[in-house]
Design a protein around this ligand. Structure first.
Ligand code: GUN
Length: 282
């Protein structure tokens, strides 16, 4: 079997058009455009590309993007001061601080300083907690985007065995909570997991989010499964590759996401969706 491709780029473009229409309707009703403040510290090339994509998507959707590009040496106190001002700014519905942050800044302190109702990344412990108790508000963008991709397959997720490879705060953990909410039986694998290949081979759904090029081998993939690759790794020759060995996995899976053009655009679409929802509540 050769898998069908889960075209995240096309699905995200359609979602962004839908958000654009909702923004236009709000504006026609006399309301202001949703506002997203994007904070970038330093000049990490990958972060600069991600942030540029987010700002462009804002422009497409009619969301006001407020840029705060700061030097890498910005102190934690200065960053907290900016977040406090944005928390109080009625023009700002969402605040995003691009990760990774320089080593002198404590990411958890920064995330917790963002008002939960403006936490459009869905990283704040309040929003993760809401998802854990089945009352999601602002949902973590990548897992939310993955769920929307999975739903487009038309496959009923309830009762399926989902294996998440990677247990990070931003992706693996909220991903497991999303799949649990959808009625899946969930296994989370991480660096201490024994027999990773055996777990993956028993999965109806595999979500790989480890950040290691092709570490999930194609031969592990169960025939007819759904494979979602969150990884974006740059090879020495500059090409991009996911966490899954795509060429082999696609011969076994029923559905698979490409890298690039799979999960990445869905993360951005979810960010705009969260910003619109936050604006509606404000
Ligand atoms: N760095 C890589 N992905 C993300 C993301 O989704 N949000 C933020 N804030 N930083 C990131």
């Amino acid at each position: 079997m050769s898998a069908r491709i889960l075209d995240g780029k096309a699905i995200a473009d359609a979602l962004i058009q839908d958000i654009k229409q909702q923004v236009e309707e709000q504006r026609s009703a006399g309301q202001r455009a949703p506002g997203l403040a994007v904070i970038l510290l330093g000049a990490d090339p990958a972060s600069a590309i991600y942030v540029r994509n987010k700002r462009r998507a804002c422009e497409t959707a009619g969301v006001l993007s407020l840029s705060h590009d700061l030097p890498a040496e910005t102190s934690q106190a200065e960053l907290l001061g900016l977040i406090a001002r944005l928390n109080d700014d009625p023009q700002v519905d969402g605040i995003l601080v691009q990760a990774p942050l320089p080593g002198h800044i404590d990411a958890a302190t920064i995330i917790e300083a963002i008002r939960p109702d403006k936490d459009v990344d869905g990283f704040h412990p309040y929003n993760i907690g809401r998802l854990a108790v089945r009352q999601p508000l602002l949902r973590s963008c990548t897992p939310y985007g993955v769920m929307r991709l999975l739903h487009t397959t038309g496959v009923a997720l309830r009762g399926l065995h989902a294996v998440v490879v990677g247990a990070s705060n931003h992706v693996g953990r909220p991903m497991a909570l999303e799949l649990l909410l959808a009625g899946c039986t969930v296994t989370v694998c991480h660096s201490a997991t024994r027999d990773l290949a055996g777990h993956v081979a028993r999965a109806d759904i595999v979500v790989a989010a480890v950040g290691r090029p092709e570490m999930v081998q194609g031969a592990w993939i169960r025939e007819g499964s759904l494979v979602v690759d969150v990884g974006i790794n740059r090879r020495p020759d500059g090409s991009l590759v996911g966490d899954v060995e795509f060429a082999v996995a696609r011969e076994r899976a029923a559905w698979i996401t490409p890298v690039p053009g799979g999960v990445g655009p869905m993360t951005v679409a979810s960010l705009l969706q969260n910003t619109l929802e936050a604006a509606k509540r404000h």
